[in-house]
Design a protein around this ligand. Sequence first.
Ligand code: BG6
Length: 514
Amino acid sequence: MSTEPFTRPGVFTQLRRELYGEEQSSLSNTHTFIILGASGDLAKKKIYPTLWWLFRDGLLPDNTHFVGFARSDFTVEDIKAACLPYMKVTDKEGDAVSAFFHKNSYLSGRYDDGTSFEQLNRHLLSLPGGANANRVFYLALPPTIYNHVSSNIRNHCMSSKGWNRIIFEKPFGRDFQSSQDLSAHLFSLFREDQIYRIDHYLGKEMVQNLMVIRFGNRIFGPIWNRTSVASVVLTFKEPFGTEGRGGYFDDFGIIRDVMQNHLLQMLCLVAMEKPASTSPGDVRDEKVKVLKCIAPVAMSDVVLGQYVGDPAGKEHSKLGYLDDPTVPKDSCTPTFATAVLYVHNERWEGVPFILRCGKALNEPKAEVRVQFTDVPGDIFNGQCQRNELVVRVQPDQAIYLKMMTKRPGVNFSPEETELDLTYKSRYKDVKLPDAYERLILDVFCGNQMHFVRSDELREAWRIFTPLLHQIEREKRRPIPYTYGSRGPSEADDLTKRVGFRYEGTYKWVKPHAT
Ligand code: BG6
């Protein structure tokens, strides 16, 4: 079957040229994308659908083949049936979907068995252009089998003519030592430039925008420091609990699940110095420098919470974390955490970076909020509130700057308002790609800027490991908070104590429809 209508030859080459220069676009044009764990949840809900969207939009290299590998005795038809509900296929795309699955094959085998991987390699070689193809391996697998699988890839499945890149999903260990062990194992097999550690927050539009906002504007640079910034708040909130995923979550908790990775990565992008260039090496060097200036988090700067059911709530919110059948009855795992970090360098000394995250809260929201200091020498009798720059990552991407203006009319008093760049209104017709789409494309292009380097990972674990060990050693009981609430009020007290000011007076007014 021809794939002509669905892949637009040249789009990828052109994009690659635009993004990464002439040099990279001359690489072998045959690629094989191997999904290990093809029958699992991540593969069906995220990886296959993402590959399909990239394929449909003509963004993949022209000759790309997809190979699933897992233990189950599946066929491509089984994979297709499992993935279709997540692929958002329109009525007109039937042929394109067939063309996509025509490029797919599937092999079953054992993860710890060299012979299975020899078979996989023979299959990869047998694909059209397979002998010269570049290979991307995606480990959509539980971490318990990373070691076996990565060794088997290295020993049996590396392309000898094309390049090889391996994508890993978190968790990258569960503390400093286990993460170091995993990194050491990977380094015995691969080079850093072959290892792509995904933190999908780095693929989000507004997270990527942080660097442009900071370094592409004159107005923020001079005030982006301890003289003008009072505090920085990084927030992740979800309005649902673990519901069924409690088994996995209970072993990790919210700090490992969200704070140590997604929020800390955002902190780096807010706090880092301007890199020498936008090359991945320069950017990641600056992120590491920020992390090195952060001391391990102290328990006195942390509030932990665990949600309980809301008897007056909707059906699903009546159940608390401990009511989840997959969670041990006496679990002390936090589902909410607020922690205050300090970056001990010349720019940020004394400025609190407040990281807040939780499940089963009042709203879905991820944002960065930079609160500026009071205006020195006030002439408005205390009527002015602090400026805040807010970058809302989700939902409804937006950047807005809370500021004072003269109340319109005959009076002369200040009033709170905002400069508002809401993406829905400003970029009406732009479809923003999903985080995984960008990141997988980056792997094809060989750009590691939005992936986590091993030294970043090491520093991230250094910052959180003493706290995590203390929580586990002391079996600290988190503070209960009601499903659908803002979390424990103690977290607001902590935030206030370290200097974030919440006035509660600001109201966002929907712009008048024109
Ligand atoms: C994942 C966490 O990394 O991020 C999940 O493991 C969380 O617990 C998810 O739900 C949130 O991602 P997003 O893109 O929906 O904000």
